[in-house]
Design a protein around this ligand. Structure first.
Ligand SMILES: Cc1ncc(COP(=O)(O)O)c(C=O)c1O
Length: 391
């Protein structure tokens, strides 16, 4: 159904007329079922319509919606969520400020780094994606998304991801390095352990703060609660969003009490947002985090990913890059990718493109996907690849 009054920035929308969603599936009003293998995008890690998250939301709705944020009032959902995050994260990441989205978390993280270091320069990576607002876009390594809205923030340099030689761009003038520990929209780029260790070392030597943007990789997607756990490297600031709210809009930037304290004076209220830490979103996020961390769900992610990979492995695939249930499947050219994504959709399986890697398509299913669902959906993908590459 087309609504001319609804602004649209996609030239080729999927146009699924959503009726309801349950588990890994989205159902349209015409009676079709689609397996949501992108979790819309990297949000529904627990699938759709989770009973416990719905109950947490409803319970909070019955108590109060918005009162006021800025830390002025004590609100249980915020407090409990911040406590649980602090319990699960390394000890220096002990202070959380809630915002509404990923890009807002990154904006605030950049501000914090400038404030803490008294420096202005920023370093990011080519092909990174950090959000669509001006600051986040300034550190996004995709020129295509930026050229039409310049000028953006000055003093930003870009290094090649996973290239130790480029770490020389980080200097004593650098306020922060912002990086996805596994690059998402570059097409799931997985760095080496030695690169991540050298990156941390370089930041230590120069006094630059290290910001890990885990907006896409967080909350179990890669087989650990956060992707940085695979590397044993801890950032100075962590930004999260997407899967954080179990389907509700919430993000956060997390750092140490000492660093966060900088935002409390000169000026007072050094960072604010009207809705950040909305109690209903925090209640959903708290329940989401409890569910993710109390059972074996995240421990099983890597094995589920392996099974999926085995089934889709068609000889015409150029490369599969994967960590946990986060996949980029690279084909010979972008036309094949188009045909596969649309062919899969016609067969009731949703995959998607990447912003900075046209030759690959994305698979990031809900982590709750069962073995049976993996077998069914991965087989469809294999068959579609077979069809489009054997024409
Ligand atoms: C790594 C990364 N950072 C930031 C963002 C921006 O998040 P949001 O769309 O919530 O602003 C995204 C969104 O795709 C992302 O993948």
């Amino acid at each position: 159904m087309n609504n001319i009054h609804l602004a649209q920035t996609s030239q080729t929308p999927f146009e699924i007329d959503v009726d309801y969603a349950e588990g890994i599936y989205i159902y349209d009003k015409q009676g079709n079922r689609f397996a949501d293998l992108i979790s819309g995008i990297s949000v529904s890690n627990l699938g759709h319509n989770n009973e416990r998250i719905k109950k947490a939301i409803k319970d909070q709705v019955d108590k109060y919606l918005h009162v006021m944020v800025y830390g002025e009032y004590t609100q249980n959902p915020q407090q409990e969520l911040a406590n649980l995050l602090a319990k699960l994260l390394p000890k220096q990441l002990n202070s959380t400020f809630f915002v509404n989205s990923g890009t807002e978390a990154n904006e605030a993280a950049l501000k914090l780094a400038k404030r803490v270091t008294g420096r202005t320069e920023l370093v990011s990576c080519h092909k990174s994606y950090h959000g669509s607002t001006h600051g986040s876009l300034s550190v996004t390594g995709n020129e295509n998304k930026k050229y039409h809205v310049r000028p953006l923030l000055p003093g930003v340099s870009f290094m090649e991801f996973n290239n130790e030689a480029d770490l020389g761009l980080i200097t004593k003038k650098t306020a922060a390095v912002i990086i996805e520990p596994i690059q998402g929209d570059a097409g799931v780029r997985i760095p080496s352990k030695s690169y991540m260790a050298a990156l941390r070392q370089k930041c230590n030597e120069t006094g630059a703060l290290l910001i890990f943007d885990e907006i896409q990789t967080g909350f179990g997607r890669t087989g650990a609660l956060f992707a940085f756990e695979h590397y044993n490297v801890v950032p100075d600031i962590l930004t999260i969003a997407k899967a954080m709210g179990g389907g509700m809009p919430i993000g956060a930037f997390i750092s140490s009490h000492d660093y966060m304290h900088e935002l409390t004076y000169n000026p007072n209220l050094g960072h604010i947002t009207t809705f950040g830490g909305h109690p209903v979103c925090c209640a959903a996020a708290l329940e989401n985090l409890k569910i993710l961390t109390e059972g074996d769900l995240i421990n099983n992610v890597e094995n589920k990913g392996k099974l999926f990979e085995e089934i889709i492995s068609h000889p015409s695939i150029v490369e599969i890059r994967r960590k946990g249930l986060f996949f980029a499947i690279e084909m010979e050219n972008s036309n094949l990718v188009q045909e596969i994504v649309l062919g899969c959709k016609a067969q009731g399986v949703l995959s998607y493109w990447f912003l900075s890697n046209e030759e690959s398509f994305r698979i990031a299913p809900p982590l709750i996907i069962t073995e049976k669902e993996i077998k069914e959906t991965a087989t469809i993908i294999y068959e579609v690849i077979n069809l489009v590459t054997n024409k």
